[in-house]
Design a protein around this ligand. Structure first.
Ligand SMILES: C[S@@+](CC[C@H](N)C(=O)[O-])C[C@H]1O[C@@H](n2cnc3c(N)ncnc32)[C@H](O)[C@@H]1O
Length: 226
């Protein structure tokens, strides 16, 4: 069931994402040699059946559906109605349910409500200052001791060649998103560097490589609300 609390101002941005809704996950799968999905699958070991889980900027929701299948009580928020329609379609196919809310994450206000909040490929759509504000705001949705999970692109790691590949490959994706008006041009973020300001403690980072064996491109981070 989808409800909408979207302001007129946010509708325009939502429409840009609506246009990408049908191909977003398909292209992410090809582009990432399926590693984007793996970063989200990794999170399932950090979610217990019965947990309340919030997906921020849920997109087409492959991860939200994994969590619902796993027995979690899932809420998805997104600025794009088109993205949420994709989530609903997937839920219907498996006779699963979740709460879907079309809203700007800045306007969501369930402080301390969730066992787990997942920000997957979401914080990466903001400029640095906005990203830090968004992280700090959305971290307040996690109950004390609950988890804040981030699956996203990784900063460059390894030898100079691996680092150069990481930068080239990830900028290629950012460039196409930028051309579609979906993201501003920005650096890839070292998320744990922002955790103390957001009231989070870093616990673990799992890295994911291009085609499993190549340079590190993606990461799945586990943090806890302190
Ligand atoms: C790059 S996509 C990631 C989608 C999904 N989390 C995934 O991992 O595939 C970013 C998503 O965030 C949504 N979004 C962007 N700004 C938002 C905001 N301020 N509040 C809520 N959702 C937002 C977009 O509509 C889009 O679905």
């Amino acid at each position: 069931m989808t409800s909408s609390k979207i302001s007129e101002k946010d509708k325009a941005l939502g429409r840009n994402y609506d246009r990408a809704a049908w191909f977003y996950e398909k292209s992410a799968k090809i582009y990432s040699t399926n590693q984007i999905r793996k970063t989200k699958q990794y999170q399932m070991q950090h979610i217990e059946p019965g947990d309340t889980v919030l997906y921020l900027g849920a997109g087409a929701g492959e991860d939200a559906v994994m969590a619902a299948r796993h027995g979690a009580k899932v809420t998805c928020i997104d600025i794009s109605q088109g993205m949420l329609e994709q989530v609903q379609k997937k839920l219907d196919e498996e006779n699963l349910s979740a709460e879907l809310v079309c809203v700007n994450a800045y306007d969501h206000d369930r402080i301390g409500h969730y066992d787990v909040v997942a920000a997957n490929y979401f914080l990466n759509v903001f400029r640095r200052d906005d990203m830090a504000k968004m992280m700090a705001h959305t971290a307040t949705f996690v109950r004390d001791g609950g988890k804040y999970l981030i699956a996203d692109v990784s900063t460059a790691q390894g030898n100079p060649l691996a680092k150069a590949f990481n930068i080239f490959y990830l900028k290629l994706a950012m460039g196409s998103f930028w051309l579609m008006g979906l993201v501003p041009w920005h650096e890839n973020y070292d998320y744990p560097a922002f955790f103390s300001d957001a009231g989070l403690n870093w616990e673990h980072t799992e890295y994911f490589r291009f085609a499993k064996k190549g340079p590190i491109l993606f990461q799945s981070i586990v943090a806890r609300r302190c």
